[in-house]
Ligand binder design. Structure first.
Ligand code: FES
Length: 166
């Protein structure tokens, strides 16, 4: 994708136009625009940074700063379901290492990898801001808390057969 001209779909562009009217300054639209870009292009690379900067009329350096700060904005194309397990202090104390091990075993990949069918990508991330319900992970934009083996199995099953809320 890098180096090729890219553009937002008409739907995404209309949403950006709406957001630019709603927010007081264009820089406030950077994160929503990047999230839209992820749903359009699958990841945030240099071309996406430049596209968002141009569309919003903000410096590319500002877009790049935001893109590299937020771990929920993938910089490489992920599987259809991006599982992000928090391994920060509270989650670690309550078993996030075990959560990662279960997921690695069930998916047959290591953290950082994507399953051969392109369905799942597994990542470790910093605090997801839900320490009181640790251990926590996200699947795309959805939070799953107080994880245990049973709930992890159910979440994976929901992704595989389309019965989950995601
Ligand atoms: S430490 Fe895991 S959500 Fe905060």
């Amino acid at each position: 994708m890098q180096g090729m001209p890219i553009g937002f779909s008409p739907e995404a562009d209309a949403e950006l136009a709406r957001l630019l009217k709603v927010y007081p300054v264009p820089s406030a639209v950077i994160i929503p625009a990047l999230r839209l870009a992820v749903s359009e292009f699958g990841a945030v690379n240099g071309d996406v940074v430049n596209l968002v900067a141009e569309r919003l009329g903000v410096p590319a350096s500002d877009v790049l700063s935001a893109a590299t700060f937020y771990t929920m904005l993938p910089r490489e194309k992920t599987g259809r379901y991006h599982i992000q397990v928090c391994t920060n202090t509270a989650c670690s104390l309550l078993g996030s290492e075990h959560v990662v091990k279960i997921l690695e075993a069930r998916l047959g990949i290591q953290c950082g990898g994507t399953t051969a069918d392109g369905l799942f990508t597994l990542s470790e991330v910093e605090c997801l801001g839900s320490c009181g319900s640790a251990p926590v992970m996200m699947v795309n934009e959805w939070y799953f808390e107080n994880l245990d083996q049973k709930s992890i199995e159910e979440i994976l099953e929901g992704c595989r057969n389309g019965t989950g809320p995601y």
